[in-house]
Design a binder for this molecule. Structure first.
Ligand SMILES: Nc1nc2c(ncn2[C@@H]2O[C@H](COP(=O)(O)OP(=O)(O)O)[C@@H](O)[C@H]2O)c(=O)[nH]1
Ligand SMILES: [Mg+2]
Length: 200
C-alpha cells in the first residue's frame, strides 16, 4: 500500500461517537510509551499526525484517522505501568473492550510490544479478547533500534515463547529508522480485502 492521503477524523470517548462508515479498519494497541504514536506517524510518513512522548496514560479516547479516503485507522488508548486499574480484573479500559466488540469492519489489530519487554496481563488479556471475537492480531515489536541484532533475536524468541506463538508471527519495527514499514503496510493491504469469519 502506498499512502497518498491521511487525515485525523475524530476523537471518541464512547461507542455512540464512533464513525459509522464501513471502511476496512485497523487498530493500534499497546501500553503507554510503547511507541504507538511514533509508529503510526512513521507508517503514515506524517510527523506530528499523532502527538508523541506525551505523558503516559493521559489519552482515554480512541482517535480515528482516514487513509487514502477509504481505510480507517484507530489509535486505541493504552495504560501506563504505574497506573492502578480501578478494578483489578480490568487491565484495560472498557472502552477498548466495547470498541473490539462493536467494530464489524475491524480487520486486524496491531498489538505493540516494546522489544525489550516481556508481555504481561495487558497484552495477554487483549489477545484473548481478540481471539474471542475472531479478530486477528499482528504482534508488532517496537523500538528494535534499541537492541543489537543478537539481543533482538534473543528477545524475539523470549517474547514469542511467552505468547506461545511462532517467532515468524512477530513484526519487528523501528519508528526511528523506518524499519518494518513496508511489511506492515503490505499486511494492511492483505487484510483490507479479507472478510471476517462468521461467528459460531
Ligand atoms: N529509539 C526509539 N525510540 C522510540 C521509538 N518509538 C518511540 N520511541 C520513543 O519512545 C517514547 C514514547 O513514544 P510514543 O510514540 O509517544 O509512545 P506511545 O505512548 O505508545 O504513543 C518517545 O520518547 C519516542 O521518541 C523507536 O522506534 N525507537
Ligand atoms: Mg501516544
Amino acid at each position: 500500500m502506498k499512502i497518498h492521503d491521511v487525515y485525523f477524523l475524530k476523537s471518541c470517548a464512547k461507542v455512540s461517537d464512533f464513525p459509522r462508515y464501513v471502511y476496512p479498519e485497523f487498530a493500534f494497541a499497546g501500553r503507554s510509551n510503547v511507541g504507538k504514536s511514533s509508529l503510526i506517524n512513521m507508517l503514515m510518513k506524517k510527523k506530528g499526525l499523532v502527538k508523541t512522548g506525551s505523558r503516559p496514560g493521559v489519552t482515554k479516547t480512541i482517535n480515528f484517522f482516514i487513509l487514502n479516503k477509504g481505510i480507517s485507522v484507530a489509535d486505541l488508548p493504552g495504560f501506563g505501568y504505574a497506573e492502578v486499574p480501578l478494578q483489578l480484573k480490568k487491565t484495560f479500559l472498557p472502552l477498548i473492550r466495547n470498541y473490539i466488540r462493536a467494530r464489524e469492519n475491524l480487520k486486524l489489530v496491531f498489538l505493540l510490544i516494546d522489544i525489550r519487554r516481556i508481555p504481561d496481563r495487558f497484552e495477554l488479556d487483549l489477545l484473548s479478547l481478540l481471539a474471542a471475537q475472531r479478530i486477528p492480531a499482528a504482534i508488532t515489536l517496537t523500538k528494535c533500534d534499541k537492541l543489537s541484532r543478537s539481543q533482538g533475536r534473543r528477545n524475539v524468541r523470549i517474547i514469542s515463547e511467552s505468547l506461545g506463538i511462532s517467532h515468524d508471527a512477530l513484526f519487528a519495527t523501528s519508528a526511528k529508522s523506518g524499519y518494518g514499514r513496508k511489511e506492515l503496510l503490505d499486511l494492511m493491504d492483505e487484510y483490507a480485502a479479507v472478510p471476517r469469519p462468521p461467528d459460531g
